[in-house]
Structure formats: C-alpha cells, structure tokens
Design a protein around this ligand. Structure first.
Ligand SMILES: [Zn+2]
Ligand SMILES: [Zn+2]
Ligand SMILES: [Zn+2]
Length: 249
C-alpha cells in the first residue's frame, strides 16, 4: 500500500504511519504528506502544508503550514553591456532569467571588426622586392589583408646588362657577348652590370678569378677581349664568360 502511494504521488512524501483514535472509535492509520500551496521561486520560499490524514477513513487529522526552500537562479547567456572594439574590451554579465539578479560579470570578447587602412602596393625593381596592396587596422595594427612579396626581377646569381651592351644567349646564359666600336677604349662593368640586391661579383681576366679587377673598369684592345664575372649570392655562385670585341678602325 505504501509503495503504491509513493508511486502515485511522487511529489508527496510519506513521513510516517502512526495510529490514533478516531471520533467514531476506530484506530486511525495516519500518513503525513507535504502539500504544496504556493510554489517556491528563486526569490521567495514556497508554502507547504504538512497534512496528516487517515489512510483508512480519509479524515484529515491535522494541517500545519510550513515553507519550502527557494529554487536556484537560472543563469542567462552573456549579455553585453558595453560592446568591445577590436582593441578595447567592453563588458558583459550573466543574470537570472527570472529575477534578473546579477550573477557574473566579465570583459566582453574583442570585436573582429577592424578599421582598415590601405598599405600601398610597391612595384619591384631589378634588385628590390615589391609588395602587393594590403591593409591593416588603424586601431589595433592587425593585418587585415596581408601584403605579398613580389620578388625583385634579379634573383640569385642572375645579372643584367643595364645598357643592353651584352647580347644574352638564351641557350648559354653564362656567355655574355658584346661588340663595341673602335672608339670605345675603356669599358666600365660597374656602370653596366647589375646583380641581385644581396649578390656581389668579381671581374677577372682569368677563369680562376684570381687576377681580379677591383675597379671593374678595363682597357679594351682591338679585337677580342676575354673576361670572367663570378657572381656570388649567399653561397650560390655562377661564372659568366665575357667576350668584348672592339672593332678595328
Ligand atoms: Zn480513520
Ligand atoms: Zn533568480
Ligand atoms: Zn583592429
């Protein structure tokens, strides 16, 4: 009997079974239950009656008012009070969705909305790298659009003849051939040969590049003049064979 009652009235608690005498003379068999009259909330206690009845004749023997505990608060999601920018934290809080009491405060997460300014594109030159257009945030400095490097035209151990005096041979790029008139007695490699930004070269009259010409300026004989250019760029090197033909008068 007791088990059936518990399962039927799950919210009712059977406290005990005692016996007492009824007005008509039978021995009451009592049970005590808590009857909720006013539900508890997160701010107010509930009202319950402790009711003693007889399970045989149904007579209510006593009813004593009492109270139940408050319910816990129900936490809200984060509510933003002061919105963040991309570099200044705002504030946010959590509150009870029912009674709105403040439960928690914290910094609001930084915004991902930036204030971009353009970083101008820079064209590459023979020896300096260029950059594509990009942008960064004026407020926090974050890169919004990254600038990409456009490599300098001259890379590694490549060289360039500025005056195009040398005819470049595509099949044999290491061979530099040039013909000058008889009037050209002095030839300056310094003014003509350009190498990559970090590269260096030596001019020499021998293939072993021992007899170097630091001035990089040479006197030309009539006919064929042979030189060697050794370009070095951070450990990488290449030897160029230079033929300058000075025409006869
Ligand atoms: Zn009874
Ligand atoms: Zn509450
Ligand atoms: Zn920003």
């Amino acid at each position: 009997m007791k088990k059936i009652l518990i399962s039927l009235f799950a919210f009712i608690m059977i406290v005990g079974v005692v016996t007492a005498l009824s007005s008509c003379g039978h021995q009451h068999t009592t049970m005590t239950v808590y009857e909720e009259r006013v539900a508890a909330t997160c701010t107010t206690r509930g009202v319950v009656d402790i009711v003693v009845t007889c399970i045989e004749c149904g007579e209510e023997i006593s009813r004593t008012p009492s109270s139940s505990d408050k319910l816990p608060h129900t936490e809200s999601d984060w509510i933003v009070d002061i919105p963040s920018t991309c570099n200044v934290y705002g504030s946010q809080h959590k509150e009870c969705v029912d009674c709105h009491v403040l439960l928690q405060t914290s910094d609001a997460p930084l915004s991902e909305i930036h204030n971009p300014v353009i970083d101008e594109a820079v064209a590459p030159t023979d020896v300096t790298d260029g950059y594509t257009e990009g942008s960064h945030c004026e407020d926090c400095g974050a890169i919004v659009v990254e600038q990409e490097v456009i490599p300098a035209f001259l890379q590694g151990v490549a060289l360039k003849s500025l005056s195009n005096a040398f005819v470049l041979n595509e099949e044999h790029p290491e061979q530099l051939v040039c013909t000058v008139s008889n009037e050209v007695e002095i030839f300056s490699f310094l003014q003509d040969i350009l190498v990559a930004k970090n590269a260096h070269y030596v001019l020499s009259t021998d293939i072993g590049c021992v007899s170097t010409i630091p001035s990089k300026t040479v006197k030309l004989n009539v006919g064929t003049n042979i030189f060697y250019i050794l370009v070095n760029n951070e450990g990488e090197s290449m030897l160029y064979y230079v033929t300058i033909t000075r025409m006869e008068a």
